[in-house]
Design a protein around this ligand. Sequence first.
Ligand SMILES: C[S@@+](CC[C@H](N)C(=O)[O-])C[C@H]1O[C@@H](n2cnc3c(N)ncnc32)[C@H](O)[C@@H]1O
Length: 475
Amino acid sequence: MESQPILSRYQDLVTSPADFLNACSRPLPTTGWYNPCKANPGSSFPTDLNRKSMAWTPSGFKIDEALTESILTDFLTGKIVFQEESAMTAVHLMDIRPGQRILDLCAAPGNKTAQISTRLGETGMVVANDISKARLGVLHGTIDRLGLTNVATTAYDARHFPIPQVLFDHVIADVPCTCEGTSRKHPRILSRNNPDERKRLIRIQTEILLRAIECTRPGGTIVYSTCTYAPEENEGVIQSVLDSKFGVPSFEILPVKIPGLTTSPGLTGWNEQSFDASMVRCARIWPHQNDTGGFFLALLRRTGKPDESLTEASTSRLTPLSPGEWPWKLHAFNEEDLLPWRNLAFSKKYNRFVGVNCVPPTELRVQSIGMTGLNLKSDHPKFSTALAIKIGHLAQSAWAEIRPESLFDFWERKRTSTIDFKVGPEDVKTVVVRCGGVSLGLGSLQFPEKEIDSRFPKVWGGLQISERLQQIREL
Ligand SMILES: C[S@@+](CC[C@H](N)C(=O)[O-])C[C@H]1O[C@@H](n2cnc3c(N)ncnc32)[C@H](O)[C@@H]1O
């Protein structure tokens, strides 16, 4: 423990301090999850690899090997999300049902928002809030890469998030914290901590948790999570809200159970302070238990009577897309294929592609809604790359199919040969490019060679594609 003094304060909380410290000094395994909205059962592509599954969740994977072409392809087409394993547990606790309305109060960079959104499928709505507009930018990239149409983003200080008339079914408060549990990935995080910073964070965490409960409907649940071991930022914060004299709505602590994952119960005391007995229902994940980062989880349920008069609002279906609108005509979609979405004018450059039930409360000032849809700034309105990846497999015309061997060339924005193609009715050359039934993005058909000039962006999902391809080639 001497080498990491900040961690020595926890030695009495772990059964084997040596195992704890050893785990903290090892690099983290690479982990993540499969996007359930991209299961694509009919597809023969891409081939799967040596990814190990996780005992507690069938959608989780661990990989030992370095970046490969198959992993890169899955990432670029939104089939996988990289996320630290312990951080994946917070959304796992939520009993998410189709059509629900869920608030993520501290959402950026957006991995938990993505988990919630994909578990809702093409239904319901997630409001993803974060105080940092810069960090929300990363979240917007994730929304486009994964093709999430049921997320609206806002940029409030979560402590003052407007309490809507119709409350949310679930709220997650994955609050800013001292991040001690991320030290395997960011070793320097431990030297940055100091008592004043912890005190400042505890005040913010307490106010955010209070607002999370206020935004949840009676009967709905709240997940409070941190990536720190510190009891002051975990049980201590929940205790402060329990003890608060300021009219906190009543709530109870529910048991956190994750079969297949080893966790430790929450604490009923720390130093001089005692906590409520029900705090044992919370869970702490130590790095040596499952070879992960460190994490804390609490699942709360707001108690009290629901206001039945308000639960119906804002879930009415809005007008879905019409395939007659250009360029839907170009790609010749079937009308029923487009029913889940609408095309929303939002800015001068891009329309938004939005789930019909994604209707954020009117009280909110929304930064963005749904994913990037039509590009209005080109010669003629055309698909964004995000939209091509999202619904390109449904296009009946204006598509081209390439060989798996041509993937690298496509990602590198080069010219590639086609196996088959179908031009649009107006001879527009921009087509959706596909491989084995999976949409990859956009390309421009070239004649007489019948080849495709790739229009894939240089940067996608935060990755500089050429750099990553170089890495793969050097392996
Ligand atoms: C632990 S991170 C959230 C990670 C995110 N839930 C995910 O899974 O990708 C905490 C986030 O809280 C945001 N934050 C800090 N103070 C905040 C506040 N007062 N209101 C809202 N967000 C805040 C930070 O910008 C940061 O993005």
